[in-house]
Write a protein that binds this ligand. Structure first.
Ligand SMILES: NC(=O)c1ccc[n+]([C@@H]2O[C@H](COP(=O)([O-])OP(=O)(O)OC[C@H]3O[C@@H](n4cnc5c(N)ncnc54)[C@H](OP(=O)(O)O)[C@@H]3O)[C@@H](O)[C@H]2O)c1
Length: 301
């Protein structure tokens, strides 16, 4: 017999640790289910439902913040020393709570460079960058903690307010061409909706501890940029070859071009049955564009 869907509602209290781009989208959405939602940032108490957590200067949330918490989503990356800020500072607190679930937003950087090949959760991680080694260590520590954690590996995140359009508008764009190079991406709404889908169907779906959330169509950065310029109605600047552009890129920007992989979403979308809202960058970027005021994109090149 099919087990009933888990209803998210008033009885649930979510802590969103690190309420940045993805965390804010998740918080806004999960509130609509009637859940209590408290969010953290490093410096500002934004409203009565927010609090400060900053591992960099040792500001730890007050114990009463944790009263009645059933679910936690951590969106906080490893700190400068490579440790997980949440586990380093709050692990024993979390272990005392009757938590139903913890979500941890990780990155597909842990897979390393597959030279354009597809990667899925069953592939052995093979991190290439130091930061990806750190991330994999954080994932391992979450798993070893014995907490009810589910890890979501994410490729490049975009969405309204953070997409190629903003990069074009802020003139922070270089159109770079590198043969056979692709990037995988995910729209922020699909991160939120996929997680909520998994939570709602927790009783009927097999539990996987590590899940990729990515769209269906990894592709080159130029394709994405060309699409954005066409949508705005502007001419895309002439691409620069990666070898020529490289010296002007920051070390972090360069590092992204050193890895080339296609991230598979088959576990999430085929095995677990999640239906993407934004299957590819075209649909996703149209959403971003319609969320922005078209006028902002006039007369800026
Ligand atoms: N951006 C991407 O394309 C991408 C791709 C794959 C994976 N990821 C990973 O997915 C997660 C969510 O990404 P995002 O882009 O939504 O993140 P984001 O907007 O950068 O938000 C990160 C949040 O973590 C908080 N934070 C950072 N360091 C902290 C510390 N030491 N102590 C306490 N809080 C700290 C930040 O606080 P403030 O609000 O005060 O800044 C912020 O709220 C991150 O782990 C990120 O590395 C990101």
């Amino acid at each position: 017999m099919k087990k009933p869907a888990t209803l998210l509602g008033e009885k649930n209290k979510f802590l969103i640790l690190g309420c940045g781009f993805s965390g804010s989208f998740f918080a806004k959405t999960i509130k609509k289910f009637g859940c209590t939602v408290l969010t953290s940032s490093r410096s500002k108490v934004r409203d009565p439902n927010s609090f400060v957590f900053n591992s960099e200067n040792g500001i730890i949330p007050d114990a009463k913040i944790f009263d009645g918490v059933t679910h936690i989503l951590s969106c906080i990356p490893p700190d400068k020393t490579g440790n997980d800020p949440v586990l380093e500072n709050l692990q024993s607190k979390l272990q005392d709570l009757p938590l139903e679930w913890i979500g941890y937003l990780s990155t597909t950087g842990v897979y390393g460079n597959t030279k354009g090949g597809w990667v899925s959760e069953i592939d052995q991680p093979n991190p290439f960058q130091k930061r990806s080694h750190n991330r994999l260590n954080c994932e391992k520590k979450w798993i070893e903690s014995g907490l009810p954690v589910q890890i979501f590996r994410l490729p490049g995140i975009y969405g309204p307010g953070r997409s190629t359009f903003e990069a074009i508008k802020n003139k922070k764009i270089r159109v770079i061409s590198k043969k056979n190079q692709v990037f995988s991406r995910v729209h922020v709404a699909d991160i939120t909706n996929a997680i909520i889908y998994l939570l709602q169907n927790k009783n009927s779906l097999k539990f996987y501890q590590i899940i990729n959330i990515a769209d269906d169509e990894p592709c080159s950065q130029i394709e994405v940029m060309q699409y954005c310029y066409d949508l705005i109605g502007l001419t895309m600047p002439k691409p620069i070859l990666f070898e020529d552009a490289k010296k002007e890129l920051s070390p972090i920007a360069q590092s992204f071009w050193m890895e080339n992989r296609r991230v598979s979403n088959r576990l999430l979308c085929e095995t677990l049955g999640y239906k993407l809202i934004f299957k590819n960058y075209k649909i996703g970027l149209k959403d971003c564009y319609s969320n922005s005021q078209k006028n902002k994109f006039k007369n800026f090149l």
